[in-house]
Design a protein around this ligand. Structure first.
Ligand SMILES: C[S@@+](CC[C@H](N)C(=O)[O-])C[C@H]1O[C@@H](n2cnc3c(N)ncnc32)[C@H](O)[C@@H]1O
Length: 318
């Protein structure tokens, strides 16, 4: 199953698979948060920016399934262009399908496929920081001298960060318990007996090896708190059901179940890792502000709260 740390490429793949899937489980931005905080902020900025620059070329970084594109589309002047960029091809295609008037491209924000000083407005909501410091330098390169910019970034310690961090820890602890490989081994021993090839002793040994991992996971999921707890509880319950009635399940179906769920767990962990790794500290916001100041872009950086909890950093050009 997963290595201890999921690497950059796997994190990218986990986004691709996420946007390809039906998005079963992950930290979602609540409607309340959108209505009370995010939507008014973006509408204020976009209205002002489009009035100031009616023929603007706007770039959105890390568009996902198009939350900002949905907000943008009705406000966008006929003469303006909006390019939505995401590392995930599925996300870019999804936005283009929803909004044929917009253009979308799959690319890494740390190497923007755009000419120097070719963009009037750059926007991002919980997107650019996933691509690291190089992406902020890229913004400095592509933004026009008087271009506008609003970036809403994850903050270390924010409510979303805490949630993702909790999910990450639970997923990692579940993987570390080895319950999935140990259960798979016990199933294999069980199916060998059913096929008349294995020994009872081999099954008992596999079952004994599995028992401590099962106990560990029971403790881990005893008091579900986060989304990952709920997700893993479903996986664990299904596992228990199959294990108790092994003779009623086909070996191939069980094997496919393990493949599917192992992959889902690793991908979920990949997204949670990429979020918690992306979240910016105060020192990082100072570096970004200094970096863009060198490119002639002076920024206000504000820590925004929602329901008295830290929510994120907003960078806006002065
Ligand atoms: C938390 S989602 C936010 C999506 C959307 N902006 C929203 O607010 O709903 C982060 C997005 O960043 C994208 N992303 C991750 N790494 C990226 C990179 N290096 N370059 C561009 N996009 C990236 C992911 O595919 C994902 O769509």
């Amino acid at each position: 199953m997963a290595a201890k740390e999921i690497n950059q490429q796997q994190q990218t793949q986990s986004w691709e698979r996420y946007w390809q899937s039906d998005q079963g489980s992950q930290t979602q931005i609540s409607d309340q948060l959108k209505q009370q905080c995010l939507t008014p902020l973006w509408q204020r900025f976009l209205r002002q920016a489009f009035i100031a620059t009616p023929n603007a070329v706007t770039l959105e970084i890390g568009c996902g399934d198009g939350y900002l594109a949905d907000l943008n589309a009705p406000l966008l002047p006929a003469s303006s262009q909006l390019l939505c960029l995401d590392i995930s091809t599925a996300a870019a295609q999804w936005v283009e399908q929803k909004h044929p008037r917009l253009a979308a491209v799959a690319a890494n924000a740390n190497a923007l496929p755009l000419a120097d000083h070719s963009v009037d407005i750059v926007i991002s909501q919980f997107g650019i920081e996933y691509a690291g410091a190089a992406a902020f330098a890229e913004v400095g390169r592509v933004l026009k001298p008087k271009g506008k910019l609003l970036l809403f970034c994850h903050q270390q310690g924010s409510s979303i960060f805490q949630e993702c961090h909790g999910n990450r820890q639970t997923l990692q602890a579940f993987i570390d318990s080895q319950v999935m490989p140990l259960a798979a081994a016990a199933f294999r021993a069980g199916y060998r007996i059913l096929a008349g090839q294995g020994s009872q002793q081999a099954f008992r040994d596999a079952d004994k090896a599995l028992a401590p991992a099962v106990e560990q996971v029971k403790q881990l999921l005893l008091h579900p708190q986060c989304d990952a707890d709920q997700f893993l509880r479903r996986v664990f319950a299904d596992l228990g059901k199959m294990y108790g009635r092994i003779q009623h399940y086909q070996a191939d179906d069980v094997s496919a179940w393990f493949n599917h769920n192992n992959q889902a767990i690793v991908e979920y962990l990949g997204r949670m890792q990429s979020m918690t790794d992306a979240a910016l500290s105060t020192a990082q916001t100072e570096q970004i502000t200094a970096q863009l100041a060198q490119a002639g872009i002076l920024l206000d950086c504000t820590a925004v709260q929602h329901n008295t909890q830290p929510l994120g950093w907003v960078f806006e050009r002065k």
